[in-house]
Design a protein. Structure first.
Length: 393
């Protein structure tokens, strides 16, 4: 086989080489091909600053959190060392802490719910900003200007460029939630997800999570009606208290909270497989919470039986974070897929050797690693070298 793309020989030896390669690839450990859903493993635990409230992720993957009205951020990504960034101006944070802290997609803005009646939007760099009057429970940015906010019975979309902070542009896009507010999030297609945080009207129950397609919920932004939670949307799952909600980098849905009624839907955080979410969106029915291939139950703290987890996902480091209510400790799950072991690398290398029926040579030059394959049937020149990390031979 010519490394530049042409096949120089065909016949029985080529067939044998390919067959052997297929056999080796077939027996590679499943972890080499697994998705993040099955690959997440508990890796560490760290502590937030004492008294920290909710936390989110800056654009570079550093964790940012609040202690009352003080903003703390990691000194460097993954350091787990937090430094004071400043104090939110004009803050009136409730005694039991902020409702949420959310960083805009471009990393420029910080949204904070004071757990009273104000949502603040501030510059990440300067912490300058303003407080908008609006009820709130949880929130997530739709884009760099609009913040979806769940509150009693509805989800609204706050225009953070509204000129009047006392009466901001903040139309309802989802209404008639038959219970307490829950989490709110979006998938890459712009579908909105929210839930019933605690049933008191129904007919939806605690933990009901529904998705609302972008064309349906966005109609309210141009004069159309808001979507009805109880009669519309697509049932995705029924888990915990549906709060918070977050997607990881592979579109698996992370669910926190807990349902104390009955005592069976508590003491874990849930990860709903992306394929189960996609099936639900396609009309194939919600995720099966009893099927571990569709819903993983994550409970890193075996010392207690009534854990109530706050959850978040880091799109930069590909980590999941679980934090028990009222605790400063955060458990970290790391996606272990895509990190082959020595044995796995060996299997891959052997497959390459069989396909080329030759010898693998690695040449290391300053700043560049060159990998060349020499065939038993013919030699290759420097021009045939396959290289990574630099230019030239």
């Amino acid at each position: 086989m010519d490394l530049r793309g042409g096949v120089t020989k065909t016949g029985s030896r080529t067939v044998v080489r390919c067959a052997l390669a297929v056999c080796i690839l077939a027996v590679l450990p499943e972890r080499l091909r697994a998705d993040a859903f099955s690959g997440y493993q508990l890796a560490e635990m760290f502590s937030l600053p004492a008294g920290a409230g909710p936390f989110d992720l800056l654009a570079d993957g550093r964790i940012v959190t609040l202690v009352n009205s003080d903003v703390y951020a990691e000194s460097t990504r993954g350091s787990r060392v937090f430094a004071l960034q400043g104090t939110l101006p004009g803050a009136n944070i409730a005694s039991f802490g902020a409702a949420f802290i959310r960083v805009s997609p471009n990393g420029a803005k910080l949204a904070v719910g004071d757990n009273v009646d104000k949502v603040g939007v501030f510059s990440v760099d300067t912490l300058s900003g303003a407080w908008f009057t609006t009820p709130h429970f949880e929130a997530e940015w739709y884009d760099n200007a609009h913040l979806a906010i769940s509150s009693s019975g509805q989800v609204t979309l706050l225009d953070t460029d509204s000129p009047d902070v006392l009466r901001p542009i903040n139309p309802p896009v989802v209404v008639n939630v038959g219970g307490a507010p829950a989490g709110v999030t979006f998938d890459p297609a712009g579908n909105l997800y929210t839930g019933n945080g605690f049933q008191y009207a129904g007919p939806s129950g605690t933990g009901t999570i529904k998705a609302f397609p972008y064309p349906a919920w966005s109609a309210a932004l141009v004069g159309g009606p808001a979507v009805n939670f109880e009669t519309g949307g697509v049932l995705v799952a029924d888990l915990l208290s549906a709060s918070p909600l977050a997607f990881d980098r592979q579109d698996n849905l992370l669910v926190g909270g807990g349902d104390f009624i009955g005592g069976t839907d508590i003491d874990f955080a849930a990860l709903v497989r992306a394929s189960a979410v996609a099936r639900a969106l396609g009309g194939g029915g919600p995720a099966d919470s009893a099927n571990p291939n569709e819903v993983r139950r994550l409970d890193p703290d075996a010392s207690t039986a009534l854990d109530f987890y706050y959850v978040n996902a880091n799109p930069v480091t590909h980590e999941l974070y679980l934090r028990n209510f009222g605790d400063d400790h955060v458990f970290v799950y790391v996606d272990t897929t895509g990190i082959p072991t020595i044995t796995q690398w060996g299997a891959v290398a052997m497959t390459i050797i069989i396909l080329t029926c030759g010898t693998l040579i690695v040449r290391n030059r300053p700043g560049t690693v060159y990998i060349a394959l020499t065939s038993m049937s013919h030699s290759i020149s420097n021009a045939d070298e396959v290289h990574r990390g630099g230019a030239g031979a």
